[in-house]
Design a protein around this ligand. Structure first.
Ligand SMILES: *Cc1c(COP(=O)(O)O)cnc(C)c1O
Length: 384
């Protein structure tokens, strides 16, 4: 047998050859989209802090107060002694903004998906997910041991034909999608999915990592689509528009209670740092009360797509698909030379042949910076 170092080197060389090797770069995010990397100041268009709340004075203050009151760490899992009092307020706040009966907070969005799906689905059941679902949803489906079938992205005919042929052979069925797709920025047809779920006696799970705080006046994609009360499992993250860290499930009281009893990622994991929970709570108040703030990322994204004659943005995320990893790396490098940070997205994050630049727009990004980015993209001829 060869050594583990040789194995690692070989795998890395393979990735390098395909332009798929990834490297961590030390990156300091400053105010209003400014970012420092390698001593260079760059204007970033690749951050998920859509509302700039990770740096909001009130959010920081509440985090510091919580740190002083409760210490740095939770000290135990939530079911032991890690359930500090801030959790209850946060869960009440989440349920309120989502108009659900209850909410359960998890350690992260990834851990939410990994814990929730197996809490409800098992080996006699069927999970039908959009093919572009986030890695954490695939992980959740796999670990549930249910039969997993993917449908073509946002293709309701394809979803229906899978339901028609398979639904009858399984006990329970869960349809799984994202409110806003993380690498494409488009929205799922939630009304159609609700109708399909009803027609085929199935439940619906929506991961709204990128819709919460941005669409539906802050309440997210389901609210925007007018189906908030029809989505059984509404998942989101506290790490994007909320600017903090953690994940959540909103749903009925029995649903949330069962998640607490069955989700291994909640039961066997230390609670969130109190400061993170306090920060989320402060952000939530701002999201609830400042509709101007909440509407800004989409407005900025739409200005960008209109100016460059791209399909109109449906969220804060705008992809520019270039195809091959090599071309995508080159375009990103060119933009970096001009002072812009736009990360290249390559397989396996996106399907082969669809490598892309992914732009995200945040509320606190100066319009002048977006204008400069547009000029630069035109000059470089990147947008076709
Ligand atoms: C970011 C993301 C997650 C994971 O959330 P974290 O809080 O970062 O772990 C889950 N689903 C989707 C669609 C995401 O974009």
């Amino acid at each position: 047998m060869y050594s583990i170092d040789d194995f690692a080197e070989l795998k890395l060389q393979e990735l390098e050859k395909k332009s798929l090797r990834r490297r961590l770069a030390s990156t300091a995010r400053r105010d209003r989209g400014t970012t420092e990397r390698d001593g260079k100041s760059l204007i970033s268009f690749c951050c998920n802090d859509y509302l700039g709340l990770s740096k909001h004075p009130q959010v920081k203050k509440d985090a510091i107060d919580a740190l002083s009151n409760y210490g740095v760490g939770a000290g135990a899992s939530r079911l032991v002694t890690g359930n500090h009092p801030l959790y209850e307020s946060l869960e009440r706040g989440l349920a309120e903004i989502k108009s659900t009966e209850a909410a359960t907070v998890f350690g992260s969005g990834y851990l939410s998906n990994l814990g929730i799906i197996p809490s409800f689905m098992g080996s006699n059941d069927l999970c039908i997910g959009d093919e572009l679902c986030h890695s954490s949803l695939h992980a959740g489906m796999q670990s549930s041991r249910a039969k997993v079938q993917l449908f073509r992205h946002n293709d309701m005919e394809n979803c229906k034909s899978i339901l028609t042929s398979l639904r009858g052979s399984y006990e329970k069925c869960l349809l799984i999608t994202e409110g806003v797709f993380s690498m494409d920025g488009d929205r799922a047809p939630l009304l159609n999915l609700c109708n399909l779920a009803d027609e085929f006696d199935s439940w619906l799970f929506v991961d709204d990592a990128h819709g919460f705080g941005v669409l539906g006046n802050g309440a997210g994609s389901a609210a925007e689509a007018g189906v908030g009360s029809r989505v059984d499992l509404q998942m989101g993250t506290l790490s994007k528009s909320v600017g903090s860290y953690g994940g959540f499930l909103c749903g009925s009281q029995p649903v949330c209670n069962l998640a607490v009893n069955r989700a291994r990622t909640l039961i066997y994991e230390t609670g969130l740092p109190p400061a993170s929970v306090a920060a989320s709570l402060a952000s939530l108040k701002l999201i609830k009360n400042d509709s101007g703030l909440v509407s800004r990322p989409l407005k900025k994204a739409r200005y960008f797509t209109n100016q460059l004659s791209l399909p109109e943005a449906q969220s804060a995320i705008v992809p520019l698909i270039l195809g091959q990893p090599k071309d995508t790396l080159a375009a990103s490098a060119q933009l970096m030379e001009e002072g812009f940070l736009v990360t290249p997205i390559r397989p396996p994050t996106v399907p082969a042949g669809t490598s892309r630049l992914r732009f995200t727009f945040c509320a606190d990004q100066p319009d002048e910076d977006i204008e400069m980015l547009i000029q630069c993209i035109r000059k470089l001829g990147i947008a076709g």
